[in-house]
Design a binder for this molecule. Structure first.
Ligand SMILES: [Mn+2]
Length: 325
C-alpha cells in the first residue's frame, strides 16, 4: 500500500469497486492523456480490487507512463445508504485526511471523460474556499429541485453543486474538519437524502464553494436538453458545444447505451484501451445513427421544454409572498 508521501502535491482521484473499475480507469486515462506535461499523481480509492480490475489500471500506467496509486480503505461505509450508487462514493469524505502530503485534489466520478488539460483546476485560485464545483443540471432546471433544496434546509438562492467533478483544497478540508461534519450531516439528514453524499456535501460546504464554469462539468442532459432553462446562464452555450469535461450523469452510460451518445465514441475508444474484453455497445452506423440521434434530441428537448414551462410556473407560484410575517 503506498504511503501518501509517495504522492505528488496535486492528485487526480477516482473511487470504485470491481464493477466500476474499467470505467474509473477510463476516466483516469482521459485525465492523464489530456495533461501529458502536468505534475500530478493518479489515485484510485477502493475497498480492494480483484486482479482483473487492477489490470485496467496497469494498462493506464503502460499507456501514460504514470503510476496509478491504489489507496485501500476499510469498509466502514459499506452499510451507509447508497441507493442506485455504490458506497465507494463516500470515500471522498475520507480521502483528504489520507492524502496528508498533498494540497490539491481533483476528484472525479467514474462516468467522466476529460477532454482538456486539467491544470486550470489544479492551479485554480479558490479564494480560500475548501472546494470548487459546478452547478448541478437538476438545479439549473429549477422546479421539483426547489423542494429538494428546501428538504435539505438550503437557503433560497443558494446553488446546488454536482459532486462528480470536485476540486478540493486539501489543507482547507483538513483544517475545517470537514470529514467529521460530513458524517454528522449524513446521519442527521437521514431519509431526507436523495443523492446521499452529494446532498451532505451541499449542506456542509455552503459558503465554502468556489463555483466552476459549467464546461468543467458538462452533464450529459445539459447537451441533450439545453434549451429554455429558467435559470439561463451565459456559460451554458460553451459548456454544451465545447465541454472541457463531459459527465455522463444520465442513467444511460456510453457503455450501456443502445443509441448514439454525444462524446460517447471518444469515451469508448479509451474504454477499449484499458478494458479490451469489455463488451462495447454497437450503435449502428451512418445515416441510421444520425436519424436516431436527432430524433432522440428532439424528443428530449420537447420534453424538457414542457417540464421547464411547468417549472417556471411553479417557481412563480412558490415565490409569491404567503402573508406570514
Ligand atoms: Mn456521475
Amino acid at each position: 500500500m503506498p504511503d501518501s508521501r509517495d504522492l505528488a502535491d496535486h492528485v487526480v482521484a477516482v473511487a470504485c469497486d470491481d464493477r466500476y473499475a474499467a470505467y474509473a480507469a477510463t476516466t483516469l486515462l482521459s485525465a492523464a492523456t489530456t495533461s501529458p506535461d502536468d505534475q500530478f499523481s493518479l489515485v484510485v480509492c477502493t475497498y480492494g480490487l480483484n486482479a482483473e480490475s487492477l489490470d485496467y489500471f496497469r494498462r493506464v500506467e503502460a499507456i501514460t507512463n504514470r503510476e496509478v496509486h491504489v489507496l485501500v480503505f476499510d469498509k466502514s461505509y459499506e452499510s451507509f445508504p447508497s441507493g442506485r450508487y455504490t458506497s465507494t462514493m463516500y470515500l471522498r469524505f475520507e480521502v483528504a485526511d489520507r492524502l496528508r502530503h498533498s494540497s490539491r485534489m481533483l476528484y472525479l466520478d467514474c462516468d467522466i471523460l476529460i477532454r482538456e488539460g486539467v491544470a486550470p483546476l489544479l492551479q485554480l485560485d479558490m479564494k480560500g474556499h475548501a472546494i470548487a464545483a459546478a452547478q448541478d443540471f437538476a438545479d439549473l432546471c429549477g422546479g421539483p429541485f426547489i423542494e429538494h433544496r428546501q428538504r435539505l434546509g438550503l437557503p433560497q438562492g443558494q446553488k446546488y453543486f454536482n459532486s462528480g467533478v470536485l476540486v478540493a483544497d486539501l489543507l482547507a478540508w483538513r483544517e475545517g474538519g470537514f470529514r467529521g461534519k460530513l458524517l454528522q450531516t449524513l446521519a442527521s439528514l437521514g431519509d431526507r437524502l436523495t443523492y446521499p453524499d452529494q446532498d451532505a456535501m451541499n449542506v456542509v460546504f455552503q459558503g465554502s464553494i468556489h463555483w466552476l464554469d459549467l464546461r468543467w462539468n458538462t452533464q450529459l442532459p445539459l447537451i441533450t436538453t439545453r434549451t429554455h432553462f429558467p435559470n439561463w446562464r451565459k456559460d451554458l452555450r460553451a459548456a454544451t458545444t465545447h465541454p472541457a469535461i463531459v459527465h455522463f450523469s444520465a442513467p444511460t452510460k456510453p457503455w450501456n447505451a443502445d443509441s448514439y451518445i454525444p462524446f460517447g465514441e471518444d469515451y469508448l475508444k479509451l474504454l477499449r484501451a484499458v478494458a479490451p474484453e469489455t463488451p462495447i455497445p454497437r450503435w449502428g452506423t451512418g445515416l441510421l445513427r444520425r436519424v436516431e440521434f436527432v430524433g432522440g434530441v428532439f424528443k428530449a428537448r420537447l420534453t424538457s421544454n414542457l417540464i421547464c414551462v411547468r417549472n417556471t410556473l411553479r417557481s412563480i407560484v412558490a415565490s409569491k409572498p404567503t402573508g406570514n410575517a
